[in-house]
Design a protein around this ligand. Structure first.
Ligand code: PMP
Length: 348
């Protein structure tokens, strides 16, 4: 059995799980990367490793420095754990709307956490702009003391997904994959995986080993502008969502070159039942971005028709959102239907 010398060796190479209900409902094989099994509990460990390895290679990040990032939480958790393993401090700026569990995980990991009110990305007090400013201030005082990871626009994010996540999916399906679908936060996952799969499909077509492309679809939460951008060319947001870590009002550098063929806006009323069903009937506890991805996979399967293989991502774990997504009182307050079994599990 292989042993891992450090944390970073344990990041990635996650299993591909068959989603039984989604597969049976559509007549397709719906498979999902179990990203909640990463050491920090989310797909964003991959991003953290990609960004840090790249910065070290470029000489931008030196031992003892502070990694500074603006994040919905998961990238911060990945960066902080990696920082503990490699000798960096972490300063994490996040909106105060994110789950308690993520904030607690960051503090337990030893990160300095700065919570800021949620603000539009054009606002100088937006969490990402704040992180950049704090890093600049630290570097002005002590040059080289801080490194701003910049996950939204640093293309090392997308590149890691292209080199690893996408390559893993192609290998695990032995190239028998017709579609890939996921939501976009920074865009690193969809752009990197999309590019990797399309390049391999093209290469296989050149060898006459297959006849079709891999269709890449965006599952966008309500309240995000990205689905509209893909469909109409206009980045216009409508509605709202309680999802965390996905959706965007702007086109990040990582998202811009994502090879997306089709996009859907997914309402919470469609994604939330997916995570409840998955936990109750298949035993996988996942967060709501995974629910958006499963709903997107079902839409993509219907779009392609029976007999196809569709891959998506289970980004993080239910444990990160226990007090919201699996709490009848919270769900009811948001006007979301509570399954009878969940209601019965929390009497009073
Ligand atoms: N799901 C969750 C839970 C996340 O935290 C994120 C990243 N913010 C994503 C999905 C989106 O991934 P990406 O940034 O690669 O688009």
């Amino acid at each position: 059995m292989a042993t891992y010398p450090t944390l970073s060796a344990g990041i990635g190479h996650t299993p591909l799980l068959r989603l039984r209900q989604a597969s049976e409902a559509t007549g397709c094989e719906i498979l999902a990367k179990a990203e909640f099994l990463n050491p920090g509990g989310s797909v964003k460990d991959r991003t953290a490793l990609g960004l840090v390895d790249d910065a070290e290679a470029r000489g931008l990040l030196r031992p003892g420095a502070t990694v500074v990032e603006g994040t919905a939480g998961n990238t911060g958790i990945g960066l902080s754990l990696l920082g503990n393993s490699r000798g960096y401090r972490s300063l994490i700026v996040m909106p105060d709307t994110q789950s308690r569990e993520k904030i607690d995980a960051l503090r337990a990991a030893g990160a300095e956490v700065k919570l800021v009110p949620a603000a539009p990305w054009t606002d100088p007090n937006h969490y990402a702009a704040t992180a950049r400013r704090l890093a600049d201030e630290m570097n002005a005082r002590h040059p080289g003391s801080a490194w701003f990871a910049n996950q939204f626009d640093n293309l090392a994010n997308r590149q890691w997904h292209e080199d690893h996540t996408g390559a893993e999916i192609w290998e695990q399906t032995a190239g028998k994959i017709d579609g890939f679908v996921c939501a976009s936060g920074t865009g690193g996952t969809i752009a990197g995986v999309g590019r990797a799969l399309k390049a391999r499909a093209l290469e296989a077509r050149d060898r006459a080993a297959r006849s079709t492309d891999v269709v890449v679809a965006l599952a966008d939460p309500a309240g995000s502008a990205l689905a509209n951008y893909v469909t109409t060319g206009e980045a216009k947001a409508e509605g709202s969502s309680i999802t965390e870590g996905i959706g965007n009002a702007r086109l990040t550098a990582n998202f811009l070159d994502a090879p997306i063929d089709v996009a859907w806006s997914i309402p919470d009323t469609e994604s939330i039942p997916e995570i409840h069903r998955l936990l109750r009937h298949e035993g996988y506890g996942v967060g709501l971005s995974s629910g958006v991805n499963i709903a997107g996979a079902i839409r993509l399967a219907r779009h392609l028709g029976p007999g196809h293989t569709v891959v998506t991502v289970l980004c993080d774990s239910a444990m990160r959102y226990q007090a919201k997504l699996f709490n009848p009182a919270f769900l009811r307050e948001k006007g979301i239907e509570v399954p009878t079994w969940l209601d019965a599990a929390f009497p009073g």
